[in-house]
Design a protein around this ligand. Structure first.
Ligand SMILES: Cc1cc2nc3c(=O)[nH]c(=O)nc-3n(C[C@H](O)[C@H](O)[C@H](O)COP(=O)(O)OP(=O)(O)OC[C@H]3O[C@@H](n4cnc5c(N)ncnc54)[C@H](O)[C@@H]3O)c2cc1C
Length: 403
């Protein structure tokens, strides 16, 4: 008898998961530990590519302060159940169980001390312990519901049938890492709605003339409060060759829509007009640009003064009204970005499979028994700072308990 080739798939499994990323691997380990036979299929050449590239190579794997308020969704209540049943503390306990060293960087963001690979290795070890099989380089060619229940998939490695089908294929960001719209296509095939998708946690681009004025600034960073509509984030902003980036900009990009204005408070926590008045009393002979250098780098001071056509003179030469006006102008920078860098560099996709169709307890599709959606493919998107992985762990766990 011929030996089955290494690539042959089992003809039938209890649970088939498409996508060996954060959510898919968590779901596989959870379901496998319940005694379910589990197969995870991924088209990429290796698992967890986004985990590997996340957090600058150190994976910001969760956030100490994760709460439903840190997520965007058409239904802001949807994420509550899963987040409450698999919390940041559960994932931290798992990380500690594997002896993975980690630290809090800022704002509750937990990063690996060493490499993101520690998290991928943890997930693969969990899958092994749960006897869940993982196959890479597998293209899904078609998905069909079976008459008697369950699903049948035709793949580049053969056909496979399953009782439960879990879609964990992620969002559209970074197509060069293998992101596809597969999950949305499956949702549409089974008559589910999609909340329109857009690139989020993404740098802004600016108009050519603005970039020319900012040509000395790429690499310069400063603390700001970035606001747009009801969103406001107090973090660093970074000038780039294409426009603006840094955590404050990535965060506010989730609130921004084409043509809208973004406001930056360039000296958060300081009343700049009052501060300048005080400086004038204390250092009347000091030039404006010199006192401003206490707040911003010299390059930034030059840029902000030039931008508003403000001449730098000794402070005593400004009247109170003039100084107040200068302070007000310098404090706030309003601009309309020309766009964003799009999915090419976005960390996440806003929107996705409409959660109205999905049970918030099990992630199962209400109208299609046995079909589940987890992770980023759903219309649940976290802030920057480890929240997106926490959603992947929590939704993957919720489905893993139910499939
Ligand atoms: C550069 C970058 C840095 C990030 N840093 C962080 C961070 O530090 N902290 C944080 O919380 N979040 C971070 N994120 C976001 C985070 O990576 C995602 O939200 C998270 O990976 C989503 O998990 P997922 O399992 O839903 O999808 P993914 O992890 O994207 O996994 C989806 C899997 O499905 C596979 N797949 C796709 N299409 C198909 C198909 N047609 N057939 C078979 N398989 C398919 C993919 O190959 C992939 O392995 C970052 C994202 C990026 C791009």
């Amino acid at each position: 008898m011929n030996k089955p080739s290494a690539n042959t798939l089992p003809g039938r499994v209890d649970v088939l998961i498409v996508g060996a990323g954060a959510a898919g691997l968590m779901c596989a380990a959870t379901a496998g530990r319940r005694g379910r036979s589990v197969l995870v299929l991924d088209r990429a050449n290796k698992v967890g590519k986004k985990i590997l590239m996340s957090g600058g190579g150190r994976c910001n794997f969760t956030n100490l302060y994760t709460a439903p308020e840190n997520f965007y969704s058409r239904n802001p209540h949807f994420c509550k159940s899963a987040l409450a049943r698999y919390t940041q503390w559960d994932f931290i306990a798992l990380v500690e169980q594997y002896g993975i060293p980690y630290h809090e960087k800022t704002l509750g963001q937990l990063f690996c001390d060493n490499k993101s690979k520690d998290i991928v290795d943890l997930l693969l070890a969990e899958c092994r312990a749960a006897r869940a099989q993982v196959r890479t380089r597998c293209e899904i060619e078609s998905v069909a519901a079976r008459d008697g229940g369950g699903y049948r998939l035709q793949t580049s490695l053969g056909a496979v049938e399953c009782e439960s089908l879990v879609i964990a294929s992620g969002g559209l960001s970074i197509p060069t890492m293998g992101a596809t719209g597969f999950g949305y296509d499956i949702a549409r095939q089974f008559g589910l709605d999609i909340v329109p998708t857009r690139a989020a946690l993404v740098p802004f681009t600016q108009h050519k003339d603005e970039l020319e004025q900012q040509q000395d600034l790429p690499g310069s960073a400063l603390a700001v409060t970035a606001s747009c509509d009801e969103g406001a984030f107090n973090e660093q902003m970074l000038f780039t060759h294409r426009g603006l980036s840094g955590p404050a900009v990535l965060q506010i990009s989730s609130h921004w829509r084409e043509g809208r204005m973004v406001a930056f408070d360039l000296a958060p926590g300081t009343d700049l007009p009052e501060w300048l008045k005080q400086q004038r009393t204390e250092k009347p002979d000091t030039h404006l640009h010199s006192v401003l250098a206490d707040i911003w780098s010299k390059k930034l001071v030059r840029f902000f003064l030039q931008k508003h056509g403000i001449e730098s003179r000794p402070l005593k030469q400004y009247g109170e009204k003039a100084l107040m006006e200068i302070g007000e102008k310098l404090q706030t920078w309003k601009l309309v970005p020309s766009g964003t860098e799009g999915y090419r560099t976005a960390e996440v996709t806003l929107g996705g499979v409409d959660t109205d169709n999905i049970s918030s307890r099990t992630m199962e599709c209400k109208s299609r028994p046995g079909l589940y959606f987890i992770g980023e493919v759903l219309d649940v998107t976290g802030w920057l700072g480890g929240y997106n992985f926490q959603w992947a762990w929590a939704s993957g766990h919720a489905a893993g308990e139910a499939v």
